[in-house]
Design a protein around this ligand. Structure first.
Ligand code: HEM
Length: 134
């Protein structure tokens, strides 16, 4: 079976999101200093995060179809759109964290909460649109 653009972009978004979220964990485990200086390898967190956001938006746009679906699948698509929008917001908040500015601790908490929301909405989308219809 040939992989289509919606398949490829969906997998890319999911894998890039996982890798992006794993890097801060690795940094904590290595006890790198937090709050404004990052080891050189942490730059991959920045570009993988942007890649996840771009792939999420591409996945949304490439999957647009006309026609009606059962209600659960329809709800799943709205959740997928929300997840893509949150990914873009997550990348913007992440970019703002690279500067030391007022309100940074609150933005850092928001960065973490957004990850939880993205995982929830993206996970429900996979459940409602990919796993259940089988
Ligand atoms: C899908 C996108 C992203 C996810 C899921 C994500 C997730 C995370 C997580 C879980 C942390 C750890 C927060 C903590 O320890 O309290 C973190 C830290 C950080 N992220 Fe992201 N991130 C994303 C995108 C980005 C982008 C695009 C940038 C910058 C261009 C960025 C910049 C940062 C910075 C600077 C920190 C360190 C904050 C600190 O040490 O105080 N993130 N990110």
């Amino acid at each position: 079976m040939a992989l289509t653009l919606p398949d490829l972009s969906g997998w890319l978004a999911a894998l890039a999101l996982l890798a992006t979220a794993a890097l801060p964990l690795l940094r904590r485990l290595r006890r790198s200093p937090s709050g404004g200086t990052w080891p050189p390898w942490y730059a991959s967190h920045f570009w993988l995060g942007r890649l996840a956001a771009a792939a999420g938006v591409l996945h949304c746009l490439a999957s647009v179809r006309t026609g009606s679906l059962p209600t659960p699948a329809e709800v799943g698509l709205w959740l997928a759109s929300l997840a893509a929008a949150l990914l873009v917001l997550e990348a913007l908040v992440g970019s703002s964290l690279r500067r030391r500015a007022r309100g940074r601790p609150a933005r850092r908490r928001l960065h973490l909460w957004l990850l939880a929301l993205i995982a929830l909405t993206g996970g429900l989308h996979v459940l409602l649109d990919v796993l259940l219809p089988l």
